[in-house]
Design a protein around this ligand. Structure first.
Ligand code: NAD
Length: 261
């Protein structure tokens, strides 16, 4: 149990990659706060399953990642419920696919808020505690789209490039405080977020479902396989270990070779 006595918060962890990261941290002994939207009963089931399976404390906070004050309150709540906040995983994210001339401005604003600004608000609130205790891990779920672009994803690509820049800046500011900040940048991971992109991409590119999966999604991924949520979660656990203390400011690809091309 390499993370016993660590306390973690994972944003956007009621589903997909975030849930896998929260569960993996708990499996290593960390207490966790999960966050995100969804069916209240299903969220409570996931929360109590974490406690029962891994023998840690698990809490849920429903803060909306578009709202700075709610994010600040969530960090304070995590610190007071768990005693401190050692590991912050900024993972919440949404996607919208459209040619730029039709891109709805409200979708642009929502993507920038959830995929980029929420990390700023959470880091800003969590850093004083991490600095004081001289130990912390900040992990931002970025994307291959923090390094390269794809058409029709202007807001997402802009937000993820921004998140990579934010990560590097924070890493430099915290380098002498025992706090690391890194990005994990997955390629295509089969989660509800990816599944929901299929219909819009079919429309935008006039393709069938099978064509979108093979010619758009896995076309970019030389291994021709989706990344799994557990592979991403394992990298997050590694970044929280003492072995990773000198990894900071990095943007770690887990993308089947996509960004090597
Ligand atoms: P997902 O849709 O399964 O999960 C997204 C989570 O964010 C959910 O828990 C959802 O409730 C939460 N969320 C959305 N809006 C929110 C809000 N306003 N406030 C609070 N929570 C909110 O998606 P996923 O695929 O697991 O994506 C997680 C992260 O991984 C995202 O940042 C995404 O950009 C990134 N990512 C995903 C892939 C992929 O292929 N799935 C690839 C690269 C990066």
């Amino acid at each position: 149990m390499s993370l016993a006595k660590r306390r973690a918060l994972v944003t956007g962890s009621t589903s997909g990659i975030g849930l896998a990261i929260a569960r993996a941290l708990a499996k290593e002994g960390a207490d966790v706060v999960i966050n995100g939207f969804g069916d209240k009963a299903a969220i409570e089931t996931e929360r109590s399953k974490i406690e029962k399976e891994f023998g840690v404390k698990a809490f849920y906070n429903g803060a909306d990642m578009t709202k700075g004050p709610e994010i600040e309150a969530m960090i304070a709540d995590a610190q007071s419920k768990m005693g401190s906040l050692d590991i912050l995983v900024n993972n919440a994210g949404i996607q919208f696919v459209s040619p730029i001339e039709n891109f709805p401005p409200e979708k642009w604003d929502a993507i920038i808020a959830i995929n980029l600004s929420s990390a700023f608000h959470a880091i800003r609130a969590a850093v004083p505690g991490m600095k004081a205790q001289k130990w912390g891990r900040i992990i931002n779920t970025a994307s291959a789209h923090s390094l390269v672009a794809s058409p029709f994803k202007s807001a997402y690509v802009a937000a993820k490039h921004g998140l990579a820049g934010l990560t590097k800046t924070v890493a430099l500011e915290l380098a002498t405080f025992g706090v690391t900040a890194n990005c994990i940048s997955p390629g295509y991971v089969w989660t509800p977020l990816v599944e929901r992109q299929v219909p819009d991409t079919m429309k935008a590119r006039s393709m069938t479902r099978e064509q979108v999966i093979s010619d758009v999604m896995l076309a970019a991924q030389p291994t021709k396989q989706f990344v799994t949520v557990d592979q991403v979660a394992s990298l997050a656990v590694y970044l929280c270990s003492d072995a990773a203390a000198q990894i900071t400011g990095a943007n770690l690809s887990i993308d089947g070779g996509w960004t090597a091309a």
